[in-house]
Design a protein around this ligand. Structure first.
Ligand code: NDP
Length: 444
């Protein structure tokens, strides 16, 4: 395989899909050497079979708003690979959603899910519907209309969606309710469900907690304690909130949060009480992070990104390509020692190069945020067994999974000077598992 030739070919065939090409390029560059040691992979054209999704569904979603106006959005589900288990991956509702973004997410998900060691394939879905400013009744009607099409393609052993940006417990509940009615069965076809109807303890916390468990594993390799460390967190949604919660539990000091309008910087630290306020503001009142600065009298930067500040640890937890090369240089120059990604592909290729050149600890989302889907996998297991594990049991499993993912990255990503290239480690470990499964199952 020659990476550039494959990327050029994919770019020619999918010219309007920059995020997808970006994600594929990163993976291919890091697996090239290992791949080329296996001529049987090339003979079986494993690369194209891995890069191109099994299938893509796209559909019109028609729904009526509170004023009686009929609206039309696009809906999608990308089923990337079911080589190691049913398709599994979240649903994103955001105005920016398009096939390129969902294809990159589904591709990444396939390798991430392989890393968790649980039997889950990769998929992703969503809509360009923006929940921002919509009433709960509008969100419910949209979710129902979305599932009216989606339900035909999903099932507990076929494809199991979950949440992502713009899709939390409320939306999963509405989608599950509609699915259950159409399919006439109560099965664990969605994860991230409410605790009363099959959800798992720790699932809401899992991505943020898992990211910090991964960070602790990285810090351990350099004998660094997280206690007292100043942390820059972006986003203020599910992942950002539980990232802050775990940091506080460990005595670290989160100082920033953001949303798509701007960021806050609180030099005194976001305390437990302030985090409770953020959770109420974002999850119940559906307000803006600007209101935090108004309440606590701290700095608010409209349109800015948290990476303009300095901190010991950076935890990007908002969206793709939110941290560019210049921001990465600033972080390194101002003493940042570790970056662990809660979001998917938040660092641009230029930013990753800066982190790796400076030899700071850097974990890609594929490894560091896999705790979310891993706990979804645990929810599927509990649903199949028709029982619920305790808080401590799920948390212990999550911790162990994150430690195992770290160990896989260290095994495949160790460089001669001892530096762990977590990008390479995660990509090779995930790829080898999926590749072997595809090879064993014949040409399909
Ligand atoms: P939420 O919708 O709960 O929160 C997303 C946050 O990011 C919000 O603060 C949102 O601001 C901000 N944001 C979204 N888009 C943009 C943008 N284009 N520019 C700036 N800010 C933006 O989503 P999650 O917390 O669940 O997801 C955050 C990230 O973590 C995503 O990359 C997701 O793919 C990833 N992830 C999530 C998992 C999960 O379990 N939920 C699992 C693994 C990864 P605003 O409110 O203004 O839109």
């Amino acid at each position: 395989m020659k990476v550039q030739a494959v990327v050029d070919d994919l770019t020619r065939r999918f010219p309007h899909e920059p995020e997808y090409i970006q994600a594929v390029t990163e993976v291919l560059e890091s697996i090239e050497e290992v791949y080329n040691q296996h001529p049987e992979f090339e003979k079986a054209n494993l690369i194209e079979r891995l890069c191109i999704p099994d299938r893509i569904f796209s559909f019109r979603v028609t729904w009526v708003d509170d004023k009686g106006k009929t609206n039309v959005n696009m809906g999608y589900r990308i089923q990337h690979s079911n080589a190691i288990g049913p398709y599994k991956g979240g649903i994103r509702f955001h105005a920016s959603v398009n096939p390129s973004i969902l294809k990159f997410l589904a591709f990444e998900q396939t390798f991430k899910n392989a890393l968790t060691t649980l039997p889950m394939g990769g998929g992703k879905g969503g809509s360009d519907f923006s929940p921002r400013g919509k009433s709960s009744a509008e969100v419910m009607r949209f979710c129902q209309a979305f599932v009216l099409e989606l339900w035909k393609h999903i099932g507990p052993d076929t494809d199991v969606p979950a949440g992502d940006i713009g899709v939390g417990g409320r939306e999963v509940g509405y989608m599950f309710g509609m699915y259950k009615k159409l399919a006439k069965e109560f099965t664990g076809t969605f994860t991230g469900k409410g605790l009363e109807f099959g959800g798992s303890l720790i699932r809401p916390e899992a991505t943020g907690y898992g990211n910090i468990y991964f960070l602790l594993e990285m810090l351990k390799t350099r004998n660094i304690d997280v206690k007292g460390k100043k942390c820059l967190v972006s986003g203020s949604g599910n992942v950002a909130q539980y990232t802050c919660e775990k940091l506080l539990e460990l005595g670290a000091v989160p100082v920033t949060l953001s949303d798509s309008d701007g960021y806050i910087y609180d030099p005194d630290g976001i305390t437990r009480e302030k985090l409770d306020y953020v959770m109420e503001l974002k999850n119940v009142e559906r307000g803006r992070i600007r209101e935090y600065a108004e309440k606590y009298g701290c700095k608010y930067v409209p349109g800015g990104r948290v990476w303009a500040e300095s901190g010991d640890i950076a935890l990007p937890s908002a969206t793709q390509n939110e941290l560019n090369g210049d921001a990465a240089k600033h972080l390194v120059e101002t003493g940042c020692i570790a970056v662990s990604e809660g979001a998917n592909m938040p660092s641009t290729p230029e930013a990753i190069e800066v982190f790796q050149k400076a030899k700071i600890l850097y974990a890609p989302g594929k490894a560091a945020n896999a705790g979310g889907v891993a706990t979804s996998g645990l929810e599927m297991t509990q649903n199949s067994m028709r029982l619920s594990w305790s808080h401590s049991e799920v948390d212990a499993r999550l911790k162990q999974i994150m430690a195992d993912i770290h160990a896989q990255c260290a095994k495949y990503g160790a460089e001669p000077d001892g530096y762990i290239n977590y990008v390479k480690g995660a990509n090779i470990a995930g790829f080898m598992k999926v590749a072997k499964a595809i090879m064993a199952q014949g040409t399909l």
